[in-house]
Design a protein around this ligand. Structure first.
Ligand code: NBP
Length: 475
């Protein structure tokens, strides 16, 4: 049988994308390394447009030129293993897509290697998990712009739709799509951490019950914070436990894993010299969460603040406190996105990708985990000013920052005095204060560097670099 596209790897994501394509009328060839997986998919999800193949040769022969394949296998070595098997079977002009969470540098390397043979390689970020893949993900394709036109009808058909537009758009050459997906995940880490800190504040400083938390988050989801993450959070507080009395959330261990895309974002930001401190803080928060044993032991010996005695720590009414938390969260969220888009901007210059930030925000509006009302405002900001250097400087966001930063400071001080860890919100305030030109102490650091290493220093009142013979007390 003839097919329009081949999917290689039929685990949860590959299978869901294959069925999504089949629903949209494309004839899809499905192949998986282990035959049993293919059989299970065909048995459990039979579809007239999904055709199983048990060898790559047959899968390749089922298509007309230019042929199109999408790998949905585990990132890392499995991708290279599939390429090594597939490459000899492909011809010039064929298209090979990697839809997994591959590291963008790997995608750049693979793109270059396959281009030698005239094969168009695409690194495509797919966000939204299993449900997104099955019914409409946000899709970030990177690769050859001409060749993109061949796969665009399939990718845009299966993507989520926001106000009728597909959440799929060409990002740029080689690793651009995977890079955008990586930063998307980094922002997702920061966003989730900010919501977790808001929860801790409301619960431990505000004395909110699960019922009240569910109500409060539902209310937030009607306003400017409306988003997938706030929506599911509201629902989580209402979920009954499967085994015991009470709500499930209170029976879940206080330790969360990570797969690595947040860490990649953080490492990459250090390489680029861009401050994404909130994403890094979110990664570190998960690392700290994993130290359960040490935390349990330390709890017995390290004293908390005196204000932790008693139940409620905030002097204000619950509703007033919730408003402060909502406004502080909104300000911090703006800073997190500003950091993420700053990293994209530097990468765009560094790798020559010419990323369109307004378009990136637009394709995040549906299908993905960070989908939010707020992204419309980001698109508007970058459309209004394509040269915008930092999201915070856009008129709309500047106004919000100026209005909400007092709330951020107020909940931060309340949280710190109550002993509630708020690493991401603290970073938001620190970034804001440094960015708005407050002294950051680098004059003293220059002096120290010149003192111990003769690294020289610069002056405020004259050009050039200077060295001082630091005299006293340094022996
Ligand atoms: P997994 O990441 O669990 O990978 C399993 C698939 O990889 C199976 O089809 C497996 O075949 C295949 N595979 C492996 Br492992 N080694 C192989 C090799 N050497 N040659 C050929 N095939 C090999 O699947 P997933 O969770 O569906 O995710 C697929 C990709 O999508 C990953 O990169 C993931 O990070 C990304 N992603 C996942 C999500 C999500 O929510 N799960 C969301 C967004 C992106 P086998 O059956 O023979 O072992």
């Amino acid at each position: 049988q003839k097919t329009d596209i081949g999917i290689i790897g039929l685990a949860v994501m590959g299978r869901s994308l294959a069925l999504n394509m089949a629903d949209h009328g494309f004839k899809v060839g499905g192949y998986n390394r282990s035959k049993e997986v293919t059989d299970t998919v065909m048995r459990e999800h039979p579809h007239k447009n999904l055709i199983p193949f048990y060898t790559l040769e047959e899968l390749v022969e089922s298509q007309e030129h230019p042929r199109k394949f999408m790998m949905m296998v585990k990132a890392g070595n499995p991708v290279d293993a599939v390429i090594a098997q597939l490459e000899p079977l492909l011809d010039e002009g064929d298209i090979l897509i990697d839809g997994g969470n591959s590291f963008f540098e790997d995608t750049r390397r693979r793109t270059e290697a396959l281009a030698q043979k005239g094969i168009h390689y695409f690194g495509v970020g797919v966000s939204g998990g299993e449900k997104g893949a099955r019914f409409g993900p946000s899709i970030m394709p990177g690769g050859n712009e001409q060749a993109y036109k061949t796969v665009a009808p399939i990718l845009e058909a299966i993507a989520a739709k926001a106000q009728g537009e597909p959440c799929c758009a060409y990002m740029g050459p080689d690793g651009a799509g995977h890079y955008v997906k990586m930063v998307h995940n980094g922002i997702e880490y920061a966003d989730m951490q900010l919501i977790a800190e808001s929860y801790l504040l409301l619960k431990y400083a505000g004395g909110f019950t699960n019922e009240e938390l569910a109500d409060e988050f539902s209310k937030w989801n009607q306003g400017e914070l409306k988003s997938f993450l706030i929506g599911i959070t509201a629902g989580i507080f209402s979920e009954a436990d499967d085994f015991e009395e009470g709500r499930l959330v209170d029976h879940i261990v206080d330790s969360a894993g990570q797969k690595g895309t947040g860490r990649w974002t953080s490492l990459e930001s250090l390489k680029q010299g861009v401050n994404v401190s909130m994403i890094t803080a979110a990664c570190n928060a998960r690392i700290m969460s994993n130290r359960l044993e040490e935390r349990t032991a330390a709890k017995k010996v390290i004293k908390g603040p005196k204000t932790m005695e008693g139940t409620r720590k905030t002097p204000v009414q619950k509703e007033t406190f919730a408003d402060l938390v909502r406004e502080g969260l909104y300000a911090a969220k703006i800073v997190a996105y500003a950091q993420g888009f700053d990293l994209l901007s530097h990468a765009s210059t560094e790798y020559g990708w010419d990323l369109d930030f307004g378009r990136i925000a637009a394709i995040f509006r549906a299908g993905c985990i960070i989908q939010a009302e707020f992204l419309n405002d980001i698109t508007r900001a970058f459309e209004k000013n394509t040269k915008l250097t930092n999201l915070i400087l856009d008129g709309f966001f500047l106004d919000k920052i100026n209005k909400n930063q007092e709330s951020l400071r107020s909940i931060l001080s309340c949280g710190i005095l109550s002993g509630i860890p708020m690493p991401a919100m603290s970073q938001a305030a620190a970034y804001l204060d440094a960015f708005r030109g407050m002294p950051v102490g680098a004059n003293l650091i220059q002096a120290q560097r010149d003192c111990f290493g003769a690294h020289t220093y610069e002056r405020v009142d004259r050009q050039g670099t200077f060295h001082h013979e630091w005299g006293q007390g340094y022996e």
